[in-house]
Design a protein around this ligand. Structure first.
Ligand SMILES: Cc1ncc(COP(=O)(O)O)c(C=O)c1O
Length: 402
């Protein structure tokens, strides 16, 4: 695949009439190396954020050896893309028995998460051998419910055993697991390192209550990227806070610290070129939307950085909303997106930071969702890893901006 310099070069080359996904392998590799080198433990890529085989290959080449998969389709995909040496962990706390069976017996998955006795029974049953013997090589991570109060997207409702119910589940899991882990998710785009400190305090209470030996502490995802209006503390502050808090836990000396970044490893991988098809006041009708890569912009008012690719537009920046391409009122992204006041139909816009929960959300609804995908060599619109950010003082008490 040829590599283009940047979005304007892609527009010059193709004059695209459909959205174009831009891949920045160098940015994803830099993010991966950052986690591999600086996180004080093991980093599992959460495939859900962006399952692109191109991205998986970049992360693998940059040293990411473990993958957090959340469906049997993701297990198959990563095994197929990366081969037998990739370590796959099945971290969805509610799985079909058939999926556990296939993951364990066919794809070599040994690590599973759970948050209930029912799930534990399913895992034990699905991993027995033909003679009815229980598996002796399971790593089982009990997911604890923790607060999402510091995060832009909550993950506190659906999964996780409450602290009050955790002890019997940890004890029962310890009985069948070769390695026992505790995992949690502080919510996506955690805006303060304190989110992890608070969650690890809950982990401490769970361990003390249950009096079990714990081999793995998995702090999950939630590591933030930079978006308009969301400038998190530097990633090093998150790592340092996690390291300090995890070091003081009552776990065995040989226990491992894991994390499962999705957004932080993928956000900078993609941006997208879209075209304005109609202007109605400060509403722009563009050819990508709520059923595509702008799902989060439509459904949770996520703000993505934008830039107009027509350099002759000189108007001062104004606030615009977007309509997507489908015949559907819900295909609306309120933004605001700041673009030149004189932007017109035919102009192209680059929308940045669409590598996490962006490119992965595209559907074929209404016949849309197709188009080119090309590599570019310029910098992403924002980066946590460029090393040129003003170092904001670490604020352990920043609350969610929403
Ligand atoms: C179990 C699990 N781990 C990790 C992640 C990745 O989270 P993030 O993209 O916020 O890093 C998710 C995302 O929902 C998840 O469900």
């Amino acid at each position: 695949m040829s590599i283009h310099q940047d979005a304007p070069a892609v527009v010059r080359a193709f004059s695209p009439t459909e959205p174009v996904i831009l891949n920045r392998p160098q940015a994803a590799a830099r993010a991966a190396r950052f986690f591999v080198e600086k996180f004080p433990g093991k980093s599992l890529y959460a495939v859900k954020a962006n399952p692109s085989p191109d991205l998986l290959a970049v992360l693998w080449d940059a040293g990411v050896t473990h993958y957090d998969t959340a469906s049997i389709a993701e297990v198959r995909l990563v095994r197929e893309a990366l081969g037998p040496d990739a370590v796959l962990c099945f971290m969805h706390p509610v799985k079909p028995v058939a999926a556990i069976h296939e993951a364990y017996h066919i794809h070599g998955v040994r690590t599973f998460s759970l948050d209930s006795h029912e799930e534990l029974e399913k895992i034990v049953e699905a991993t027995r051998d033909r003679d009815g013997n229980d598996a002796t090589d399971l790593s089982l991570c009990v997911r604890l419910r923790v607060s999402s109060e510091y995060s832009e997207l909550s993950l506190a409702s659906k999964f996780g055993v409450d602290l009050a119910d955790a002890a019997p589940l940890l004890q029962a899991t310890r009985q069948v697991a070769d390695c026992l882990g505790i995992c949690f998710h502080v919510g996506s785009q955690a805006m303060s390192p304190f989110a992890y400190v608070q969650a690890l305090e809950r982990v401490r209470a769970a361990i003390v209550d249950a009096s079990v030996t714990v081999d793995i502490i998995d702090v999950g995802g939630g590591f933030p990227s930079i978006y308009p209006g969301m400038e998190p503390a530097p990633m090093e502050d998150y790592f340092a806070s996690i390291h300090r808090a995890a070091e003081s836990l009552p776990v065995s000396y040989s226990s491992e610290l894991w994390c499962e970044p999705g957004r932080a490893l993928s956000a900078e991988f993609n941006s997208m070129i879209v075209q304005v098809e109609k202007r109605r006041g400060n509403e722009l009708f563009i050819n990508e939307g709520a059923y595509g890569a702008l799902y989060d912009a439509a459904h949770v008012d996520w703000r993505f950085p934008v830039r107009c690719l027509n350099e002759t537009r000189e108007g001062a920046a104004e606030e615009f909303a977007f309509y997507g391409p489908t015949c559907d009122d819900a295909d609306y992204m309120e933004g605001p997106f700041r673009l030149p006041a004189d932007i017109q139909p035919g102009d192209y816009i680059e929308i940045g930071m669409l590598g996490a929960y962006g490119a992965a959300m595209r559907t074929r609804f209404n016949g849309f969702g197709t188009g080119l995908s090309v590599d570019v060599s310029d910098e992403p619109m924002n980066s946590q890893y460029r090393g040129d950010r003003v170092h904001p003082r670490a604020k352990d008490n920043v609350v969610s901006l929403r």
